[in-house]
Ligand binder design. Structure first.
Ligand SMILES: *[C@@H]1O[C@H](CO)[C@@H](O)[C@H](O)[C@H]1NC(C)=O
Ligand SMILES: *[C@@H]1O[C@H](CO)[C@@H](O)[C@H](O)[C@H]1NC(C)=O
Ligand SMILES: *[C@@H]1O[C@H](CO)[C@@H](O)[C@H](O)[C@H]1NC(C)=O
Length: 436
């Protein structure tokens, strides 16, 4: 048993009912819109009545607390309110942040090399970060930022902290891929869309259409949702603007081999689901680079709880092999799409980011020690810190040529720096521009 595994640790809780958490996730998502449309239709009078009831409820609660005569309880309550509203507490959750000056230095050579008279490119193999105007993401709870909380003890989704699109804080308070692009957009004076903010599902998720608990069979729906959100934004020129879309799905597809109750989705089915989504994007979202996160090994996510707690993987050797083969199969599918000519045209491409595909263990820090700070309180999802660590290594992968990309990132390297770009290495790497 590891030293951190004590009763007072904020990481002691283990997931008891993941399945229901996911169902709740989906329910929250599907009701969030209905609720807001009802509110919109509400008459003013109805709203006033609701407000009145709300105020009465709050006052009653306060009276209840006061007249209980339990000073200690009231004190606890007051402290809690203070805690939840104080800015200092918002920062309590550990993260990885990079000073703006550091980011600017890392981008300086590249930014200075931009020709102010350059023509906006029309070739997917010529795209540099400042050409990207739209950033989106598809996936499951990992992509939407489930449990990547700022304050310990809440259970919602935190799209504002999500590794790819999160923009609640700037890069000097929380590293995300979007936050780096934001600095570039500011420097070059270009527009940038898609960042996600806040808590839970709603318009705040920007162009992050990921939903907790989802599997590959949701990807076509997500692709449609993404395209419709982009079309709804009049400031985006869908034909002209270059887009970068992250896609990461499969962690739930492993079914009973992971922690879920349904049968695993076979590789060929997984493949056909993803294919439908990619075909839809190719047809409807010109000028897009789809960046697929290669399946992480189970040890890094699904089995982290067991490894951190018991020092070993969760399953029998036989089951481990099944799970590993399945993850391997899903991973291979993403390479199939990357290497499929049909998905590589002048204005559309698929590229795999394999930074953690050969990381055959749970998270280890810079001292080589298992370290739960990478994980959310359920030891499966990523903490806010974990999201920032992912962003750091995802960013590096984007600029490494296909075939030479880091596959076993040193996730323990959390130095507050990002990979440096210059005039030579700043193309977003595709199959087309990685050939020697
Ligand atoms: C108030 O908080 C203290 C410290 O967390 C705890 O020991 C105590 O039981 C709490 N009191 C009530 C009434 O909840
Ligand atoms: C409020 O925050 C302080 C400082 O982090 C902590 O000691 C205290 O227990 C918290 N109180 C409650 C009620 O959460
Ligand atoms: C995945 O691809 C690798 C490398 O080509 C191969 O060795 C492995 O057998 C494949 N796994 C599955 C399950 O298809």
């Amino acid at each position: 048993m590891q030293a951190f595994w004590n009763k007072n640790s904020r990481y002691r809780r283990v997931p008891s009912d993941m399945e229901n958490v996911d169902k709740q996730d989906y329910k929250d998502h599907s009701t969030s819109r209905t609720v807001s449309s009802i509110t919109n239709k509400c008459s003013r009078r109805y709203r006033n009545v609701t407000l009145f009831i709300f105020v009465v409820t709050i006052v009653s609660i306060l009276f209840f607390l006061l007249f209980r005569g339990n000073r200690e309880n009231l004190e606890n309550y007051t402290n809690m309110v203070k805690n939840y509203t104080s800015k200092a507490m918002n920062l309590e959750a550990q993260t990885l942040a990079v000073a703006k000056s550091e980011v600017k230095m890392a981008l300086e050579k590249y930014l200075n090399s931009i020709d102010p008279h350059e023509i906006y490119p029309d070739d997917v193999n010529m795209i540099k970060p400042h050409h990207i105007r739209v950033i989106g993401a598809m996936g499951d709870s990992l992509t939407i930022g489930s449990r990547a909380e700022n304050i310990v003890g809440q259970r919602q989704r935190y799209p504002g902290n999500a590794f790819f699109t999160g923009m609640d804080f700037e890069v000097d308070r929380h590293l995300t891929v979007y936050n780096i692009f934001r600095i570039i957009a500011e420097k070059t004076g270009n527009k940038l869309f898609g960042g996600s903010t806040g808590i839970d599902y709603g318009e705040n998720t920007g162009l992050n259409v990921a939903i907790g608990g989802m599997k590959s069979d949701d990807i076509l729906r997500q692709a449609k949702e993404l395209v419709s959100r982009i079309k709804a934004n009049k400031e985006i020129n869908i034909e002209n603007d270059w887009k970068l879309v992250s896609l990461w799905i499969g962690t739930n597809d492993v079914g009973t081999l992971g922690y879920r109750l349904e049968d695993p989705i076979p590789v060929d089915e997984y493949k056909s689901h993803i294919e439908k989504g990619l075909l839809y994007l190719k047809e409807n979202l010109p000028r897009t680079i789809v960046s697929i996160v290669g399946m992480f090994p189970a040890q890094l996510l699904q089995e982290a709880q067991s490894i951190l707690k018991n020092g070993k993987r969760a399953r029998t050797v036989e089951n481990q092999k099944k799970l590993d083969d399945l993850s391997d199969g899903y991973r291979n599918v993403s390479y199939d799409f990357q290497n499929n000519e049909h998905f590589n045209s002048n204005d559309f491409t698929v590229v795999v980011q394999p930074f953690a595909t050969e990381y055959t263990d749970s998270y280890r820090d810079e001292h080589g020690k298992y370290n739960p700070t990478f994980y959310a309180s359920d030891l499966f999802h990523l903490s806010k810190f974990g999201h920032a660590v992912l962003a750091k290594h995802y960013w590096l992968n984007l600029f490494e040529p296909v075939g030479e990309k880091t596959k076993r990132a040193d996730l323990g390297d959390t130095k507050p720096k990002i990979y440096e770009l210059n005039e030579k290495n700043c193309l977003i790497k595709t199959v087309g521009n990685s050939k020697m």
